[in-house]
Design a protein around this ligand. Structure first.
Ligand SMILES: *Cc1c(COP(=O)(O)O)cnc(C)c1O
Length: 354
């Protein structure tokens, strides 16, 4: 597949954002796009100017939600080179999401080539400051116009990017988490393991209520018994109990995080015991009360490692590690970031240079 390269002239480029980058507000100059239909397969691949799309008001994505996405980051290494963290894992996961949503498979090698070209075109958008990075959002949507409920016969795939600031500009800040048993995120047999738009639409109400109550994010319980921990907002979750690190198993309703898998590998490399097993919210509270539970942390591309300082569940509260960042959370954060910026040995070959 040929990828057209339409570089935006210098005079038409956007001004770079200054200090407060925030998250996802300043898009880079270029995007990668390609289209799919049954007759041609993937075609019209191009790197072009970041711009609006034109969509038919009956485009199927707008009505029935065939939309999937990925989230990954490019880091400016100490060596000045561009580092990507496990991008092939993201594209492989995107194809799993596509399969679940009856959307076409993307050609992973071609898309990787497109991403490389895009990052070369927008290399000056990758921030230099330590802790900041370029967030990358591959997306696929159903574009066929029609109001019948069935798989679309046309799709658009695109990649957009935006610089993001350090997640913890003032150092590690443990988050306060609201455990809900009123709402659920994903059901057995549903689409919880796919990074598909509807999962996030369904989660907004619980997140708004949690924020009103003073909490950063929601911790979801399983949809059947509303008893076992699943995950947090856009992060997987880990509990340090005694000399074990426990995380819920991937049973189909949890998003299989790439950071989750990387953290499990790092912990094993360090000789720690990592156990994937169902963990009830009652067990978490009991282990906190009897002093067995020393740390809770979330894992995800946005924050890397996010220590949890407090939980609220119905009328109960607990504080974890005195509300401070635990040793293991800190060590994992430093190690993961070290690999991503090329300062720590990448013994599993996770980093790809551009
Ligand atoms: C993206 C995401 C994660 C984290 O996945 P990473 O690959 O580690 O970024 C966890 N849970 C949900 C619901 C997500 O959308």
């Amino acid at each position: 597949m040929e990828i057209q390269l339409e570089i935006v002239p210098e005079s038409e480029r956007k001004a770079k954002p200054d200090a407060a980058l925030g998250f996802g507000r300043h898009m880079a100059d270029h995007m990668f796009v390609m289209s799919w239909d049954e007759a041609q397969g993937w075609h019209d691949a191009a790197i072009k100017k970041y711009a609006d799309f034109s969509l038919d008001p009956a485009a199927m994505v707008l009505h029935y939600g065939q939309a999937i996405f990925e989230g990954m980051k490019a880091f400016r290494g100490r060596d000045g080179r561009i580092h990507l963290f496990r991008p092939t894992a993201n594209f492989a996961r995107m194809n799993k999401s596509a399969q679940r949503m009856c959307m076409p498979q993307i050609p992973e090698d071609e898309v990787m080539k497109g991403l490389r070209m895009l990052l070369e075109a927008d290399a000056d958008w990758i921030p230099d400051e330590h802790g900041s990075s370029l967030y990358i959002r591959p997306t696929m949507i159903a574009t066929e116009a029609g109001l019948g409920v069935r798989p679309s016969n046309q799709y658009l795939f695109y990649i957009i990017t935006c610089p993001v600031g350090a997640y913890y500009p003032e150092g590690f800040d443990p988050v306060k988490i609201f455990v809900t048993d009123k709402y659920v995120r994903a059901v057995p047999g549903g689409v919880g393991a796919a990074k598909t738009a509807g999962n996030y639409a369904a989660s907004i109400m619980a997140a708004v209520e949690a924020q009103k109550a003073g909490y950063t994010q929601v911790l979801w319980l399983d949809a059947v018994e509303r008893k076992y921990v699943e995950e947090v907002g856009t992060m997987n979750i880990f509990f340090v109990i005694g000399d074990e690190v426990v995380t819920p198993p991937l049973t189909g309703s949890i998003l299989p995080g790439i950071t989750r898998q990387s953290v499990m590998q790092i912990l094993e490399d360090w000789g720690l015991r990592v156990v994937e097993r169902p963990i009830a919210i009652e067990e978490v509270f009991a282990a906190t009360e009897n002093g067995q539970l020393s740390e809770i942390f979330g894992t995800g591309t946005a924050a890397g490692i996010s220590p949890v300082g407090a939980l609220h569940y119905n009328d109960r509260d607990c504080t974890i590690n005195g509300g401070c960042t635990g040793q293991l959370s800190q060590r994992l954060f430093d190690h993961l970031q070290g690999i991503q910026y090329g300062e720590m040995e990448d013994s599993h070959g996770w980093v790809e240079n551009i």
